[in-house]
Design a protein around this ligand. Structure first.
Ligand SMILES: [Zn+2]
Length: 203
């Protein structure tokens, strides 16, 4: 009986290693179940349910914008949603979250992806836009410095620029926006999505 139990135990171990390899291979080939299940989702709660319920999420998590766009714990100045604009003094929709930061502090990519846009806009100042997997995009605004180039591939946590006060601002901070399937979403839950990273390197 003991021998049978042990064999079953071994099979379970073997199967879980096998499944992890499948998940990892699929991530690398870009043919994973997140592509099928997460890509069509547009509601944040549906995305969170999908992400948190996957036992192999650590294998995929670097591919989406998750965690802080600064190298320190974040401090929120202004949330996503309607607010009285600090400069224009009118109620407008804030399409991102403002994080406290001093000029020159390093801004980092929240996920692996491709830099699809860099430039300057009157409201956003110097900005960077990164395209990630599954329909996600992250945007970093009011930068004093842009350290990467359009077309470049970046890894999660890679330095992409420095915090600044360019554009329409009252002081230095990082404006952080997330888009999913071309729609703005509240980045709040994604900021605090910081799983224990898998020991498996995806580099
Ligand atoms: Zn902002």
């Amino acid at each position: 009986m003991k021998k049978v139990m042990f064999t079953v135990f071994l099979l379970i171990i073997k199967f879980s290693v096998f499944s992890q390899n499948i998940a990892l291979n699929n991530y690398q080939e870009g043919q994973d179940n997140w592509e099928v299940l997460l890509t069509p989702l547009v509601e944040v709660n549906d995305m969170l349910r999908h992400i948190y319920s996957d036992p192999f999420k650590e294998n995929f998590i670097n591919a989406i914008p998750a965690g802080y766009p600064l190298r320190k714990a974040v401090n929120i100045n202004s949330f996503y949603g309607f607010r009285n604009h600090p400069v224009h003094q009118v109620t407008i929709f804030h399409r991102g979250i403002d994080l406290k930061g001093a000029t020159g502090e390093k801004a980092i990519a929240t996920g692996d992806g491709d830099v699809i846009e860099t430039g300057f806009k009157t409201d956003l100042g110097n900005y960077i836009k990164i395209k990630h997997c599954y329909g996600f995009e992250s945007i970093y605004g009011h930068l004093s410095k842009i350290s990467i180039k359009k077309g470049q591939h970046v890894k999660r946590s890679q330095i992409i620029g420095e915090v600044g006060a360019t554009g329409t601002v009252t002081g230095p901070h990082l404006h952080y926006t997330l888009k999913k399937n071309n729609q703005y979403i509240d980045p709040f839950d994604f900021l605090f999505m910081d799983f224990e990273r898998s020991s498996v390197s995806l580099k």
